[in-house]
Write a protein that binds this ligand. Structure first.
Ligand code: LFR
Length: 496
């Protein structure tokens, strides 16, 4: 038992939070120190509109939470930071941030992947880095800065959690789990890939090499906070710890599973669906299925696919509100449960759903394109989204099993989506497997427990972390119901 506490900064695409946790009797006890909205901002950039992160507002929320942690829940042994992946800030020679970090849903990378692929074909880039193709991979985002004054002034590229860590503690590093999403890391050696850097340079003229910071593994203690911040926040003696700084890495660390037989879904704005492996799968079949080999805590590989997640739902709610028809989510979900199942399904991974915008209209258009009748109202639209997500999970889990050679007999769901009862039941029905849902705050728990491990409060690595999560969480089990034939038919509607 220890009285020390740990603080987790966990920023997601729609909200951020600071949680304080401490271990007692093999359990993790947490309190929320702050929670704040994360709203990207559209700003003119040349002749188009760019989508940027409001990073100073996020920083304000981080400070507010850490102040509460330090003053009300101290002494705080350490702080760890996780956020979404791939996005970053560029620092100039004085260490100042050059502009607001660009949102991964911004369209600036359009045309860049093709240029990079002309230098290093997709199959070779995949065999090298093991990273799924996403237009927003850091390698392509950096390519989009070609010829800009910002790039000319840039001395360092820091991914979002490392940027905030730099502000907190003054260290310039890149944490490995998040580095593995950039498209610039060698999947085999787990070091920056000179070949990927050279291909980007040949394709776009952008030399990323000098911008890349030294890599650190999750579980590494980085050092004390900047003295004036430590004083102001009552965090003297608190150190910054590199956690699984990619939010999905922290979430997967906190899946209370037996990795040999479980698939997981980290369910939030995105649904990250896959299995945990010891080594990457770099086969051509894996590339064709767009599976990624991201790195996890304790030397693991997160072999998964990005399935569009609750983004489709949150963007629909935003659209209805903007159209003067605000909807109550709880009521909508209750109504959606009574809509007839699988009446309409869409491929949630259709790139049409990536940028912000009128999701219900895009869903209707996708339904028509595939010869289906579009959802008639809001409840039917929500049902279509949830059925379609479950169908996407089913497909991804089966592919993960095939491509990795794993036999899967249970599906774990962590994150906000674990609270969505209809989605959990549909996931069980679609996959024909039991679903274990929880914890909801898996990401923050993974963040906190990696700190406990790094500082010696919790010996034992990943298995010990998962034992604590299981002991500390209310888990709900959902058994599959209904027939799989309906899901087979729905799958054929979309993928033949
Ligand atoms: C989830 C996530 C995904 C990543 C996406 C974009 O929050 O981190 O893992 O692919 O956001 O960064």
């Amino acid at each position: 038992p220890t009285t020390e506490s740990f603080a987790a900064v966990d920023l997601g695409a729609s909200s951020g939070r600071v949680l304080v946790g401490h271990l007692a009797d093999g359990r993790l006890h947490t309190v929320e120190a702050s929670r704040f909205a994360n709203r990207p901002v559209s700003v003119p950039a040349g002749d188009r509109t760019a989508l940027r992160w409001d990073v100073l507002r996020l920083w304000r929320g981080v400070l507010a939470g850490l102040r509460v942690a330090g003053h009300e829940h101290g002494p705080v042994r350490s702080v760890g930071i996780d956020t979404w992946a791939v996005d970053h800030g560029l620092l100039d020679a004085d260490g100042a941030l050059l502009g607001n970090p660009v949102h991964y849903r911004d369209e600036r990378t359009s045309g860049v992947p093709e240029r990079v692929f002309a230098e290093l074909p997709p199959a070779e880039l995949y065999a090298l880095t093991g990273v799924q193709f996403q237009p927003f991979n850091t390698i392509f985002q950096l390519g989009a800065t070609a010829g800009t004054a910002q790039l000319a002034a840039a001395r360092r590229m820091l991914l979002m959690p490392d940027l905030l860590g730099y502000w907190l503690a003054g260290v310039e590093v890149t944490e490995l789990t998040n580095a593995s999403t950039t498209g610039l890391l060698d999947a085999t050696t787990r070091t920056w890939s000179a070949r990927a850097v050279a291909a980007l340079s040949a394709a776009t003229g952008v030399d990323a090499g000098p911008l890349l910071a030294p890599l650190v593994a999750p579980g590494h203690v980085l050092g004390p906070l900047r003295p004036h911040l430590a004083a102001e926040l009552a965090l003297a003696g608190t150190e910054l710890v590199a956690v699984g700084s990619h939010d999905t890495a922290s979430a997967v660390a906190a899946v209370p599973m037996d990795p040999a037989r479980a698939a997981y879904i980290s369910s939030g704005t995105w649904s990250l669906v896959g299995v945990e492996l010891a080594a990457p799968v770099l086969s051509e079949a894996s590339r064709a299925a767009n599976f990624t080999n991201e790195l996890g805590v304790d030397g693991t590989v997160r072999y998964l696919r990005n399935v569009a997640g609750l983004w489709l739902l949150s963007e629909s709610l935003r659209t209805w509100a903007a159209q003067g028809r605000p909807a109550d989510l709880v009521a909508l979900l209750a109504a959606a449960a009574h809509v007839s199942p699988l009446a309409c399904v869409v491929d949630v991974d259709d790139p049409a759903f990536t940028p912000p915008g009128d999701m219900p209209a895009r869903i209707a258009a996708a339904a028509r394109r595939t010869g289906q009748r579009p959802p008639a109202d809001e409840a039917a639209t929500v049902r279509c989204i949830l059925d379609s997500l479950a169908l996407g999970y089913r497909r991804a889990i089966r592919q993960a099993a095939d491509l990795s050679g794993r036999q899967i007999d249970v599906v774990h769901v962590v994150g906000g989506g674990a609270r969505n009862r209809l989605l959990c039941q549909l996931t069980a029905d679609a996959t024909g497997l039991p679903v274990v849902a929880g914890p909801v705050e898996g990401t923050a728990m993974g963040n906190l427990l990696v700190q406990a491990w790094a500082t010696g409060a919790l010996p034992g690595g990943l298995p010990a972390i998962r034992e604590v999560v299981a002991a500390s969480s209310d888990l709900t089990r959902w058994e599959p119901t209904g027939s799989e034939a309906a899901w087979d038919a729905a799958e054929r509607t979309l993928w033949h």
